[in-house]
Design a protein around this ligand. Structure first.
Ligand code: SF4
Length: 319
């Protein structure tokens, strides 16, 4: 079946989505199996030079305390994650110019010695910077496009354009990174047509992974009065992405669990095959608030064991 924009819109609006969920689960099983990939995520700096309207880390928010982890702290946390079974570390930060490509590159080289894959999620950079980080050993790059609608993108992101964002993703892809895009569901003024465009953009870029998360309102932002997005619509978008891109890696994003732990569990039965576990040290974790969430103290070893048990209880295989 050809999944055109109109077709996807019709499917997103279906009253009963249960058949589509089952189909997505079948396609997931056939194409990526029962393994759930557990990714450790380390949020190493909450400084950001950008002004994304929905994000608590945006540089106009003066109410949060900012932090940067030293190279040594980042490397030692990565070591602990690797020693406790993590196969991938996601290094995430705001767009923080303090970490030049050279500094980040040295951190990557040190971490690669622990035999762990590295996903970078550090925002927009020029082609040469992405190339340098790839040469230093980074394996994957996650840069969500957030919304594929130009007007909505511009409204939410006064610091950049959708065109620039997509060009960054194309550069990342060209350089041979495993490329991750993604978008939010339930943004103010978002329509089913925009969501369909989001899914089709992932396909057009050729993304190998996609973070599809529910929009959660942050009270410290300009959008503080907008409602949270729908977890049901988020799962629908995940399921359709699985059907349209059968081999893609799809995380059960943190935002789903923040709104409803049950939803996070459910998303594994409608297409997701990846989960992120924060390994950010406790003293920094609460300060990395793109949106509000209740976070427990970090215990890398115990949280890994607990997560593995939870995945097994869903008859899936943790990796
Ligand atoms: S969404 Fe990312 S780039 Fe935008 S303000 Fe937040 S941390 Fe910065």
């Amino acid at each position: 079946m050809e999944y055109t924009l109109n077709k996807i819109v019709d499917l997103l609006n279906l009253e009963d989505f249960s058949e589509i969920y089952s189909k997505a689960d079948e396609i997931r099983k056939e194409n990526v199996g029962d393994i759930v990939h557990i990714r450790a995520i380390l949020e190493f700096s909450n400084y950001c030079g950008r002004k994304c309207k929905y994000c608590g880390l945006n540089c106009t928010n003066k109410s949060i305390k900012r932090y940067r982890m030293s190279s040594e702290e980042i490397i030692s946390t990565a070591f602990e994650a690797a020693m406790n079974g993590y196969k991938t570390l996601v290094l995430q930060s705001g767009e923080d110019a303090y970490y030049t490509p050279e500094i980040l590159g040295e951190i990557i080289k040190s971490i690669k010695k622990f035999n762990i894959d590295i996903t970078l999620s550090t925002g927009e950079m020029d082609y040469d910077s992405y190339a340098h980080l790839k040469e230093c050993g980074a394996d994957r790059y996650l840069l969500k496009h957030e919304t594929a609608d130009e007007d909505l993108y511009q409204y939410l992101h006064p610091c950049g354009t959708l065109k620039e964002r997509v060009q960054c993703l194309k550069n990342i892809k060209k350089l041979g990174y495993e490329t991750g895009g993604g978008f939010m569901v339930g943004l103010p003024n978002q329509t089913a047509e925009i969501l369909a465009k989001d899914i089709l953009l992932l396909k057009e870029i050729g993304c190998e992974m996609a973070g599809i998360g529910t929009y959660i309102t942050n009270p410290n932002t300009e959008l503080k009065d907008s409602p949270n997005g729908s977890t049901d619509m988020t799962k629908r978008a995940v399921a359709l992405t699985r059907i349209i891109m059968p081999k893609i890696h799809l995380p059960a994003t943190t935002s789903l669990g923040v709104l409803d732990a049950k939803e996070k569990e459910d998303v594994f039965s409608c297409g997701a095959n990846v989960i992120m576990q924060k390994v950010t040290p406790s003293k920094y974790k609460a300060l990395y608030e793109i949106y509000p969430s209740k976070l427990s103290e970090t215990n890398i070893k115990l949280q890994r064991i607990k997560l593995e048990d939870e995945i097994k209880s869903l008859n899936r295989i943790p990796l």
